[in-house]
Design a protein around this ligand. Structure first.
Ligand code: DGL
Length: 279
């Protein structure tokens, strides 16, 4: 248990996701805050989160947060819509001295700019069940039709590195076809894995549909919180990003190379009784 937490500007940013999804958020954070160290954790021992009960994802998220805080993290970016839906409120209540940045589907910018009045949201089943999604639709999309789709199997395809193959295309065509027939002019990527198939989504949806994903807004929010709380690092040496996984580090190394073009040496962690992460 983390009893007293001391937060220092020298600590890294903790970033986590069920897998490689958070890697779609990482470049925006690195670009905006190049001198911050980052500790990225992928819970690939449990991916995908989307079909799991919210309570289970909440418990994983709490244990991951404890691990990252024990490693000195000064702020946690929950770079996963599913974990944000399941755990953000709980994490903020459990760790009141820590700042969290979470993901919520970017329905607001879609609703504000739609001409057709119909927008699509692609996210996991768990994200659609959470209070966060209901509240975003309620607050920002009163006058807009919002069409949800869970894209079953898409996270697995992306984890497997299949960004353009026939099965990935079929999943996206099944999700987007009915939305396109209803006249969407924007599609919100409400899962951090999905930006990696934005090319295919654009191909299927065509140029009349804007693809909205929040990574830059998340990076700006992270920077704002760091600056406000005096936790931003002074410009100096370039920050270092370390990668951790509860899955196979060799697999993650290839995924990072394929998705980001970066040569990394991820480190493996183990779950103890699915309740505690150990190095
Ligand atoms: N990247 C995730 C999200 O943003 C999790 C997907 C999953 O593990 O099912 O929702």
């Amino acid at each position: 248990m983390t009893n007293s937490i001391s937060v220092s500007a020298h600590g890294p940013l903790g970033v986590f996701d069920s897998g490689v999804g958070g890697l779609s958020v990482l470049p925006a954070i690195q670009a905006l805050m190049p001198h911050e160290d980052i500790l990225y954790f992928a819970d690939q021992g449990h991916v995908p989160y989307g079909p799991r009960p919210l309570a289970e994802v909440r418990d994983f998220s709490e244990a991951i947060t404890r691990f990252l805080l024990d490693e000195g993290a000064k702020l946690i970016v929950v770079a996963c819509h599913t974990a944000s839906a399941a755990a953000l409120i709980h994490l903020r209540a459990t760790f009141p001295e820590i700042q969290f940045v979470g993901m919520e589907p970017a329905v607001k910018p879609a609703a504000e700019t739609t001409d057709s009045g119909v927008v699509g949201v692609l996210a996991t089943a768990a994200t659609f069940q959470g209070e966060l999604y209901a509240s975003v639709v309620e607050r920002f999309a009163q006058d807009v039709r919002v069409l949800p789709s869970t894209c079953p199997g898409l996270v697995r395809q992306i984890e497997a590195g299949d960004l353009t193959g026939p099965e990935t295309r079929r999943i996206l065509e099944d999700a987007l076809g009915p939305m396109l027939a209803e006249g969407i002019d924007a599609v919100v990527l409400g899962c951090t894995h999905y930006p990696f198939v934005a090319g295919l989504i654009g191909e299927i949806a065509g140029p009349g549909v804007r693809i909205i994903e929040p990574s830059e807004a998340i990076a700006r929010q992270t920077q704002r919180l760091l600056v406000q709380s005096d936790l931003a690092r002074e410009p100096g040496d370039a920050g270092v990003t370390r990668y951790l996984t509860s899955g196979d580090p060799a697999v993650m190394r290839r995924q990072i190379a394929n998705l980001l073009g970066v040569a990394a040496q991820p480190v493996g962690l183990q779950w103890e009784d699915d309740a505690r992460l150990v190095a």
